[in-house]
Write a protein that binds this ligand. Structure first.
Ligand SMILES: NC(=O)c1ccc[n+]([C@@H]2O[C@H](COP(=O)([O-])OP(=O)(O)OC[C@H]3O[C@@H](n4cnc5c(N)ncnc54)[C@H](O)[C@@H]3O)[C@@H](O)[C@H]2O)c1
Length: 114
């Protein structure tokens, strides 16, 4: 009786794990490989001041832009349009600096604001 149960359990595990393996889609972040930068190898960043020069700091290799900040609404909107909806926007730099998930910040404001 006990042996029967154990065999049935073994079969159950065998078939369920086989079906799970067949239907699991392994994400790119797990597989890694050529041309893929793992999140642990990327610095997350924010940009404060997205006027002329600030727009040039979006795409450095090994970094991922998470947020932009500008006091000028038009500049902020333009930066948001370029960066896309996943990048947060702020008009107060203190809110951007308070984010614990941002590793580095580009400060691209006029010199008196550095
Ligand atoms: N323009 C150049 O060729 C050049 C070359 C090298 C270095 N720089 C330096 O780069 C910096 C930026 O120059 P730029 O030409 O991009 O100026 P810019 O005026 O085009 O851009 C500065 C941006 O900072 C924003 N800003 C101002 N105060 C702010 C604040 N408190 N919080 C958030 N945003 C704020 C402004 O609204 C503007 O969008 C300056 O320090 C400049 O000296 C400029």
């Amino acid at each position: 009786m006990n042996e029967k149960k154990s065999v049935a359990r073994r079969n159950f595990l065998k078939y369920t794990s086989a079906s799970l393996a067949a239907f699991t889609i392994v994400p790119r972040s797990v597989l890694g490989g050529k041309g893929y930068t793992a999140p642990s190898d990327q610095l997350t960043k924010g940009i404060i001041g997205v006027g002329g020069m600030g727009l040039g700091h979006f795409d450095y290799e090994g970094t991922k832009l998470l947020a932009v900040c500008d006091v000028d609404k038009n500049h902020l909107q333009r930066a948001s349009d370029i960066a896309g909806p996943d990048v947060s926007t702020y008009s107060d730099f203190r809110e951007l600096l308070a984010r614990p998930d941002i590793d580095v910040v580009h400060i691209v404001t006029p010199p008196h604001w550095h």
